[in-house]
Design a protein. Structure first.
Length: 282
């Protein structure tokens, strides 16, 4: 019985053509799935900065959102903070929905990637803030959580307009602080803040301090071999995280978003998601 010459098969033109066709078919299938997923996403409105598909925002709030973003347009960095409300998410989870909507609308400047999307899904009772990479340092995941916690009581009571307005104020406060903008010049056509006091830097500091304490405790536990009966491990030339230092953590300490890298023109500027964000139910 003759043995099969696999090397000859691998080198044959027929085999190479078959592999190319399979790769092309796989790419086509992925493209169809991506296109179908994007097709489920609503298109931005002509106003772009607010898309109130669930009918939750007052006209004053819409005007305020638009005026703030138009004032941003006149500045060098051109950040964008977009608000979207939808009746439902068509079976998607809030993070996936927010990322895909962010990518489709290309929110933020293409180079600085400084867009933010605030999206509320009414049926699922979920809200998310999705942050572009360029604002990840200014609007950390911890800050996002605090912003959402401040607004959740309004949302739980059914006052969606007030809750979203509060989130918009807190997010744009952080954008203004990051770029050194004068809030009095940014906040035209002003609507009264639901919570009069802006978030203070102390809020971030307390969150950061708690995180540092927990991190130190974690290092102590790991350094002691994981508790009773554990074997002490030497870290002279290694890290408790593996891989030499903090890089051993998959993805490092980056934000919780995903996606990114589409770029392009359009009204939205070409930003991409991926900097981070957070969600809440209400």
């Amino acid at each position: 019985m003759n043995e099969i010459d696999y090397k000859a098969i691998y080198k044959s033109d027929l085999y190479k053509k078959l592999i190319l066709r399979l790769l092309s078919l796989t790419a086509a299938i992925l493209l169809v799935f991506t296109s179908t997923s994007y097709a489920q996403m609503p298109s931005p409105t002509t106003e772009f900065y607010h898309a109130d598909y669930a009918g939750l925002l007052s006209e004053d709030t819409k005007t305020f959102i638009r005026s703030v973003n138009l004032n941003y347009e006149a500045l060098e960095e051109k950040p964008q903070v977009v608000v979207a409300t939808v009746p439902d998410m068509g079976g998607l989870d809030i993070e996936t929905y927010a990322v895909e909507l962010f990518e489709k609308w290309k929110i933020g400047d293409a180079k600085l990637d400084n867009g933010v999307l605030i999206v509320l899904a009414l049926e699922e009772r979920k809200i998310r803030i999705e942050v572009g990479y360029g604002l990840e340092g200014a609007i950390t995941d911890g800050t996002v959580g605090q912003i959402l916690d401040r607004a959740t009581p309004f949302l739980s009571e059914g006052d969606y307009n007030k809750g979203i307005l509060q989130i918009f104020y807190d997010v744009t406060d952080r954008v203004n602080l990051e770029y050194g903008y004068d809030s009095e010049k940014i906040y035209t056509n002003i609507v009264e803040r639901p919570i009069a006091e802006p978030m203070s830097d102390d809020d971030d500091s307390s969150f950061l301090s708690t995180g540092i304490i927990l991190f130190i405790l974690f290092l102590i536990i790991v350094g002691n071999g994981g508790g009773r009966g554990g074997r002490r491990k030497s870290y002279r030339n290694s890290s408790p995280f593996g891989g030499g230092g903090f890089g051993g953590f998959p993805g490092g300490f980056g934000g919780g978003g995903s996606g990114g890298g589409f770029g392009g023109g359009s009204f939205g500027g070409g930003g991409s998601s991926g900097g981070g964000g957070g969600s809440r139910g209400f």
